[in-house]
Design a protein around this ligand. Structure first.
Ligand code: 5GP
Length: 141
């Protein structure tokens, strides 16, 4: 399947659709998932037009994963979680629903189950407050 430049994340990169942005650099955009499986569920996307991990350049992938490595523990601490689930799906059969390479950072709290996948769109007020808390943590470090 060729890369679709009208996928939802491509639209975010072009600023056509809003997001709760946490971080951006030359190679990546980081924002909260609209249907969070836990508080602070974050998506890190590459600015490169890659449908999945397999189409990414090695350099682009390395930059993406470096951002994941740096931000994940800060996001975990910002929301008071104990651990972090990092997930990345390639292909519809694997659970990918948006065909632009992205990595999920899902903070986990001891004994707290994940919310069902795609079950509920979060309240924007709640998402905005979570984003503010995480941005403050990123700015403070
Ligand atoms: P995938 O299953 O492809 O790995 O994950 C795609 C993710 O994108 C899902 O967790 C879904 O909740 C999230 N998502 C889908 N549409 C939007 C949107 O419009 N805004 C944001 N912030 N996240 C979205």
């Amino acid at each position: 399947m060729p890369y679709d430049p009208d996928n939802i994340f491509a639209k975010m990169l072009r600023g056509e659709i809003p997001c709760n942005k946490l971080y951006e650099d030359d190679d990546t955009l980081v924002f909260l998932d609209i249907m969070p499986r836990s508080d602070g569920h974050t998506l890190i996307i590459t600015k490169e037009q890659a449908e999945s991990l397999f189409e990414a350049s090695p350099g682009g992938l390395a930059k993406l994963m470096a951002v994941v490595q740096t931000l994940a523990p800060k996001i975990r601490d910002a929301v008071g979680a104990d651990g972090v689930l990092i997930a990345q799906f390639n292909g519809a059969a694997a659970g990918q629903t948006v065909f632009h390479l992205h990595v999920h950072i899902i903070p986990r709290k001891e004994g707290e189950p994940l919310r069902p996948e795609g079950a509920q769109r979060a309240d924007q007020t709640v998402l905005a407050a979570t984003a503010e808390k995480i941005r403050a943590k990123l700015a403070g470090d």
